[in-house]
Ligand binder design. Structure first.
Ligand code: 4AD
Ligand code: MG
Length: 461
């Protein structure tokens, strides 16, 4: 018999004479004549109620159907007389596939998120993490759908690279040299020409530079893959390994880039709103009461736009005391970003035209010679969710930027070739996948929206 998922069973249009369901026992209740099992198989939030009659030949198995055990059940799908569910299964056979004894850690509700992080191999079986990872999967699909429907070509950027796209020096080195006894150059430094790739290599911080190569051939492209940052920030919004979506568009300026970012974020919210309704309701009940109202509000309104210079003025005039003071030329800290989006504009806001000193080499210099065409999308509850820019397409200006940033022309000759041969104005941005997921679910810590979080000091599983 073909297995029916719990989701399909619960959505059935009719009763079914004979079905097979398989999953894990969430709870069991025994009365004299029956036992009631709640089975979950991850296909949806809700469990399926199974009634096991004490007169069944398999009934003695019920004692082993403890919380966490895996079971295989055949029976009839019938309309439920109880409240809370439309359908339930009246069992005919019950087989225990794998037992779980009383040490199974997910016995009762009310575990802290910190504890659940320590059992990241079991937490997907909880309601909260079931919902998070179903939404994560749907969001990934929605991202591909968004770009594929618009004719964007999906590019697989390399994970091991020799370039530091963001220039922030937050690179994880990839090496096969013996740490105890590395080959040394004459001046006593480690000789990386003898390393695996014949040069220093790293895990990528961004696929952007490679995406630009493809945009200069396919016009509209996107990457979607893991990125790595050896940034020692212990915050609820930073992970050392996270996924990023980076569209890159040829013949597109900053305005078109900001429009696309806004359309993209809204389309993703609309998609999970439509396709993850049950899970989102769960979040709005147990994680963040304001979630659904906030998501709908975001969909209805245009994002605000304001230049960095205006943003600094707003912050200076706010009368608020921030931990980090703000003045023209400083980086906006998360507290500043959150003030702008949560308290001042009270909606998502795109900040653009940042000082050139605080941004990477590839951003296009504005005519004022002080700012570059950077843009960040800030959202309530999180702050920066998207970072992007128009790219410097003028060879001479790009070379000057690189000199200012101390980058070697030789290392980036391939990148410069894009400006030598058929250069075009082009733009792109990076959306942090986990930050988007936090925004869509209301989950407050990035460690709880990624299957196995990597943060400073933590690399379990
Ligand atoms: O602003 P970032 O550093 O931009 C780039 O990497 C550009 N190359 C993107 C581009 O133009 N193609 O990062 C982009 C986004 C951020 O807005 C944030 O959402 C996310 O990536 N992000 C992180 N997410 C989780 N943990 C971290 N440590 C993150 N660092 C950045
Ligand atoms: Mg950024």
């Amino acid at each position: 018999m073909k297995r029916t998922t719990v989701k399909d069973a619960l959505a059935s249009a009719t009763s079914v004479d004979s079905i097979l369901v398989q999953g894990w026992v969430r709870t069991r209740r025994d009365s004299k004549a029956f036992s009631f099992l709640e089975i979950n198989d991850g296909s949806c939030l809700k469990g399926l109620q199974v009634i096991v009659d004490a007169a069944l030949p398999d009934y003695p198995q019920v004692a082993r159907a403890t919380t966490g055990a895996s079971v295989s059940i055949t029976g009839k799908l019938v309309e439920s007389k109880g409240a809370g569910q439309k359908w339930e299964v009246v069992a005919e056979t019950l087989a225990i596939v794998g037992e779980a004894d009383a040490t199974y850690p997910l016995q009762k509700k009310g575990h802290t998120l910190e504890f659940l992080r320590e059992i990241a191999h079991l937490r997907p079986r909880s309601n909260l993490f079931g919902a998070v990872f179903r939404v994560r999967s749907r969001l990934a699909y929605a991202i591909h759908r968004f770009f594929q429907e618009r004719g964007f070509v999906y590019v697989h950027a390399p994970i091991v690279t020799a370039s530091d796209c963001e220039g922030a020096g937050e690179l994880f080195r990839v090496t096969t040299l013996d740490p105890k006894n590395p080959p040394l150059a004459e001046d006593g430094s480690v000789d990386f020409t003898q390393d695996f790739f014949g040069k220093k290599s790293y895990l990528t911080v961004s696929g952007q530079l490679e995406a630009e190569v493809f945009a200069c051939a396919f016009s509209n492209v996107y990457t979607f893959g893991p990125t790595f940052r050896a940034e020692n920030s212990n915050t609820s919004r930073h992970a050392s390994e996270f996924w990023m979506i980076e569209p890159e568009i040829a013949f597109c300026d900053l305005r078109g880039n900001m429009d696309l970012a806004e359309e993209f974020v809204k389309a993703l919210i609309r998609d999970v709103r439509a396709h993850c309704a049950e899970d989102l309701e769960f979040f709005s009940k147990f994680v963040d009461k304001g979630l659904l109202a906030r998501l709908d509000f975001v969909l209805e309104r245009p994002f605000q736009r304001c230049s960095y210079t205006e943003a600094v003025e707003i912050l200076e005039k706010s009368g608020k005391t921030f931990d980090y003071s703000v003045s023209w030329g400083t980086n906006l800290q998360s507290e500043h970003e959150r003030f702008l989006t949560e308290e001042h504009f009270k909606c998502p806001v795109t900040v653009f035209d940042y000082p050139k000193e605080i941004k990477p080499f590839y951003m296009r210099l504005n005519d004022d010679d002080r700012t570059v065409t950077a843009m960040d999308v800030l959202v309530p509850g999180i702050g920066e969710i998207v970072g992007g820019s128009q790219r410097e397409e003028r060879l001479d200006v790009l070379l000057a930027n690189m000199r200012r940033h101390g980058l070697s022309e030789k290392d980036y000759s391939w990148y410069l070739d894009l400006r030598r041969y058929g250069t075009v104005p082009h733009s792109g941005f990076g959306l942090g996948f986990e930050r988007m997921l936090m925004f869509a679910t209301g989950v407050g810590n990035i460690r709880d929206v990624i299957p196995f979080a990597r943060t400073p000091g933590h690399c379990e599983f």
